[in-house]
Design a protein around this ligand. Structure first.
Ligand code: UGA
Length: 419
């Protein structure tokens, strides 16, 4: 067991920054590299580009070198690629950043002589590490699995709880090209006493995608059950509670509502679908999970129309983030809802605990107000289940609830999307 490892992290998004901070906290020497100089500057000034519970605290306790200069990674024992793989046309993802990062790393490999491990942490289509990353790294004229090691080590971090999840993983998945690289990664994670699966690179890539697709499927499943329950006058939450006693089903990810958003679940399932289609296989179940999720987002607007005419009406939105505990609005259900409401000619007043600034960039034309002012609108939609929404006075209001905020049931007119 080594006292500490010299670890470099490429990419300072959610995964990179959190992994870097946590690995430093575990006693390793961490260098963070990002080509975005502004981001690096702010990080070096102690301001972090994302909101993550507990992250600031860790970053104030550890020393991390942040730089936009790839030369700083020469001499690392391990280099983690944590760059983004944003959605691209046709459901697939852009591998531009990971390709560029691999080129830069290849360049630095030429300079160092010691064996080091390059580990992909970005979520990528199965086969990417083998078919794209390794050939680029080998342009350094060094041989993968011999002169340097390669791993694919997916992270399973929930946004908002990423620090907790990193420090308390449920499992470690280590895809390895060569045994030596897997051994080194295992040593890096020696603090964690959890199930470990050592496997090949493309299996590790698939485990990450299949895990997210399964969670997505669970959500679309309970939303479908919820839509049926709504027709039959049955409370879906009660149904989910009853189902959850069966350990094979489990109670997590059974909160029905307006569907899943964020930068991972919707994109990852599309990535899996696109990849399957390329092989000639039509993944019907996954396609339906994704389609159902898109339809589900617009349920509150459909229900609202039963109660008021939207043209000229003022509609209040409680919540804009894709889930509570984050300021992230990527693929938030609020985006589709706002578009639909604007098309119908409604005026919108919105409130969120953390995500107003991010949402404003997408929709500068709507009004951002206090939660009390939201309640003064003609009707109100609950889009994110922030805890503070359980303390509002909903009496006399028209509420369409997309998330199951119990207190809102006191409203004059209350409708849940699936209950
Ligand atoms: C997800 C996975 O949960 C992580 O394990 C994974 O590592 C991460 O993606 C990733 O790939 O990096 P995250 O996107 O942070 O994490 O969000 P989740 O907590 O999974 O929530 C996703 C969406 O599902 C949210 O919009 C949430 O509101 C919705 N959701 C979740 C429900 O509608 N009902 C539930 O019961 C649970």
């Amino acid at each position: 067991m080594k006292e500490f490892w010299r670890v470099s992290i490429i990419g300072s998004g959610y995964v990179g920054l959190v992994a870097g901070a946590c690995l430093a906290k575990l006693g390793n020497k961490v260098t963070l590299v990002d080509i975005d100089e502004e981001k690096i500057k702010t990080i070096n000034n102690g301001v972090y580009p994302i909101y993550e519970e507990g992250l600031n605290e860790i970053l104030s306790q550890v020393e991390i070198e942040a730089s936009s200069d790839y030369q700083r990674i020469v001499g690392s024992d391990m280099i983690f690629l944590c760059v983004g793989t944003p959605p691209s046309e046709g459901g697939s993802v852009s591998l531009e950043d990971i390709t560029e990062a691999a080129k830069q790393v290849a360049d630095t490999l030429k300079r160092g002589n010691d064996y080091c491990v390059i580990a992909v942490k970005s979520t990528v289509p199965p086969g990417t590490t083998e078919e794209i990353v390794i050939p680029i790294l080998e342009r350094s004229r060094k041989k993968a699995g011999n002169d340097f090691g390669v791993c694919m080590a997916p992270e399973f971090l929930r946004e908002g709880k990423a620090v907790y999840d990193f420090m308390n993983p449920m499992r470690l998945i280590i895809g390895e090209l060569d045994k030596r690289s897997g051994d080194m990664l295992l040593d890096l994670y020696h603090d964690f006493n959890v199930p470990i699966l050592r496997t090949n690179l493309r299996t590790a890539e698939m485990i990450k995608l299949a895990s997210n697709a399964f969670l997505a499927m669970k959500l679309s499943f309970i939303n479908e059950i919820g839509n049926i329950c709504k027709q039959l006058g049955i409370d879906t939450h009660e149904v989910a509670k009853g189902m959850a006693f069966d350990e094979r089903i489990g109670g997590k990810f059974l909160n029905a509502g307006i569907g899943f958003g964020g930068s991972c679940l919707p994109k990852d399932i599309r990535m899996l679908i696109a990849g399957a289609q390329e092989t000639g296989y039509a993944p019907r179940l996954l396609e339906e999970v994704s389609k159902l999720n898109e339809k589900q987002a617009l349920k509150p607007v459909e229900l609202l129309k039963k109660h008021i005419s939207l043209k000229g009406a003022s509609i209040g939105l409680l919540g804009l983030a894709f889930k509570p505990g984050t300021d992230d609005v990527r693929e938030s259900r609020a985006i589709m809802i706002v578009r639909a409401l604007l098309e119908e000619g409604a005026t919108i007043k919105a409130y969120d605990s953390l995500a107003v600034e991010n949402f404003k960039r997408l929709f500068p034309q709507i009004e951002y107000v206090s939660k009390e002012d939201v309640l003064n609108c003609d009707a109100i939609l609950i889009i994110t289940e922030w805890e503070e929404f359980n303390n509002l006075d909903y009496r006399g209001k028209i509420i369409i609830d997309g998330r199951g905020v119990l207190k809102a049931k006191e409203a004059r007119i209350y409708e849940g999307v699936c209950w």
